[in-house]
Design a protein around this ligand. Structure first.
Ligand SMILES: Nc1ncnc2c1ncn2[C@@H]1O[C@H](COP(=O)(O)OP(=O)(O)OP(=O)(O)O)[C@@H](O)[C@H]1O
Length: 270
């Protein structure tokens, strides 16, 4: 098993952590606990996208596989209740007993209710079996914007100091990221003591995307639509990418919404 993340642009730190973590985990026949990745970063930087890539690497049907489960805080759990907690458990259980290599993606983790996170917690620990089901080979992915601002600030500082983006290392972001996640009192994530108990294996930072990455995203999208990049399309594409909002205002280095709006804008222009 060798995971490929070639389609993920501009995320050298996230790519290298995820490659090592997932490859190592998939090669291990007897993992002691599930793999738990917590992905952080501002909007449109590739957190959902990389989850999809991981799923495509593991399952033939990718995100459509019945072993991939996506939970969105607002969609699945608008109100905390015992019933919902029970439901998550039963869905997890029935699916994991069929395939040990299941994948659970929790979107907007920072908006999840603490009770709910508490109910996931036992699944992440070192139990051999919980209710007769082993979760040790499952992969849990948490997505959130928590810490996104601090990641952006670090990237901006790097740029202001004239340093290359690629020189940025995990250690440049780690402390800031943990602090931001810990100090975010509003996020259920913080209350859930997932962090105190070291249940999360990797905190993965997603950097703000630059102009050149948005161009890459636009080209990838055109390719996916099997559009030949003719002159007309190229001119429009440059306009669409240029028209996005960037910061700092004058230098226009980072795209405010990453690659998020580029896809819908292409619909409109091309
Ligand atoms: N780093 C990237 N490399 C390649 N494509 C990207 C990248 N980031 C975003 N995209 C493209 O933009 C779309 C939106 O990004 P995605 O949904 O992954 O953002 P996100 O980080 O999960 O944002 P949010 O926090 O708002 O959920 C993706 O489907 C993908 O097409």
């Amino acid at each position: 098993f060798n995971i490929k993340l070639g389609k993920l642009f501009g995320q050298h730190i996230a790519s290298s952590i995820i490659l090592k973590a997932v490859n190592g985990f998939m090669k291990n026949k007897y993992p002691k606990k599930p793999l738990v990745l917590s992905l952080h970063g501002s909007t449109g930087t590739g957190k959902n996208f990389v989850s999809k890539l991981i799923a495509e690497n593991i399952y033939k049907e990718g995100m459509e596989s019945r072993f991939v489960h996506v939970f969105t805080s607002t969609l699945h759990f608008p109100h905390p209740s015992q019933y919902l907690t029970y439901k998550v458990r039963s869905t997890e259980k029935s699916n994991v007993s069929k395939c040990e290599r299941s994948m659970f993606i929790f979107d907007e983790m920072d908006k999840m209710h603490p009770d709910l996170i508490d109910s996931i917690k036992p699944h992440l620990e070192y139990y051999d079996k919980l209710d007769g089901v082993s979760y040790r080979k499952a992969i849990f992915i948490f997505l959130s914007n928590a810490g996104g601002d601090s990641i952006t600030r670090t990237a901006l500082n790097f740029w202001e100091d004239g340093r290359k983006r690629e020189e940025m290392e995990l250690k440049d972001l780690e402390t800031m990221l943990t602090l931001a996640v810990f100090n975010n009192n509003q996020s259920g994530f913080f209350h859930a003591s997932l962090i105190d108990k070291n249940l999360v294996d990797f905190f993965v930072p997603f950097l703000p995307l630059e102009y050149s990455h948005v161009v890459q995203c636009a080209l990838a999208e055109m390719k996916a639509r099997r559009r030949k990049p003719d002159w007309d399309v190229a001119v429009k594409l440059v306009k669409v990418v240029k028209d996005l909002v960037y910061f700092p205002k004058t230098e226009r280095v980072f795209s405010v919404k990453g690659c998020k709006t580029i896809v819908s804008k292409l619909d409109y222009y091309t």
